[in-house]
Design a protein around this ligand. Sequence first.
Ligand code: TXA
Ligand code: MG
Length: 332
Amino acid sequence: MRYCNIGEAADSLVKGNVVAFPTETVYGLGADADNDQAISKVYSIKNRPLNHPVIVHLLDGDDLLYWAENVPREAYLLIENFWPGPLTILLKKSKNVISLVSGGQDTIGLRCPSHIIAQNLLKEFVRLKPAQRGGLIAPSANKFGKVSPTSSKHVFDEFSNEISSNLMIVDGGKSMIGIESTIVDLSNVVKGSHPTLLRPGFIKASQIEEALGRKVFSPTEYSPVVSGSLRAHYSTNTPLEIIKEDIDFDDLFYSNKKIALLSCDPSPIALPSCFIWYEMSHDNDLYASKLYSTLREIDLSNFDKIFVYDLPNGSAWNAIRDRIYRAAAAFI
Ligand code: TXA
Ligand code: MG
């Protein structure tokens, strides 16, 4: 794996290679959305099951109707309000979409990233494509089920053993939002279904409801399957547990374990050196922006256990609650 600039990255993508690139949410593992073989490489590098669809990243203003059909008015409202930005919209896929992109489902996830490097990469990629149009699939640049990367170093750490694939990466500093995009399913709205929130994120359900002027619902058994909605996902290597009450530090001390504690608050007492306290934030967006980098730092530091203090109440914390509860579920 090696670093490259936007020109090299676009050229390599057009040739069917895989390039990791930054977005405002997390880093993605990019490939040409119209190239079956390139997309297969992404699935195999990630160890991702083939029935888990990938999101297509577009330039704002790209022809939606190339990718989707039966596009409801609600989609245009969300695009107007939130693109470019951390919102993925699920629509009925058009016949142009190759089935590896949609994981065999009849929907397509579309997102227009606001990160300047992602946008410039898309512009250069489209310019080099013979048809002068196109999109990049980009799942988060991590092994399937693991914590998403928010810096190019995280991507390097994840794929340093990857030798076979000419894998390259464009550096873009830290992903400021720090958790994956909000996903809203509008694929059956023209047939009378409600808009559905499949993955909470930086853009809150209340903001989407305000833009749409109608309610957004939780997924039902008929909603499209999202891998991020598996009970266990986003998992650390170090066992992680959510704690709802105060801990007995004396008990833990005698257990001889090295323990990381994540909390919104500063440490209440001076702690012995086997405990490291990570003060996150009382602001949910700041907490999110630090969450994955903190978990990755802990994973590299030989801790025996991560305790995450339960989060404040309120829907503003839904996206973070979603991620840490699924991370904890991997250890139950
Ligand atoms: O912020 C993000 O969305 C990042 C950056 C790189 O853009 N990407 C990302 O991709 O999080 P990924 O593949 O790690 O997560 C996308 C989720 C998966 O759970 C996938 O199953 C779901 O979206 N998804 C994508 N397309 C879908 C579709 N057509 N139908 C149902 N679920 C879909
Ligand atoms: Mg992911």
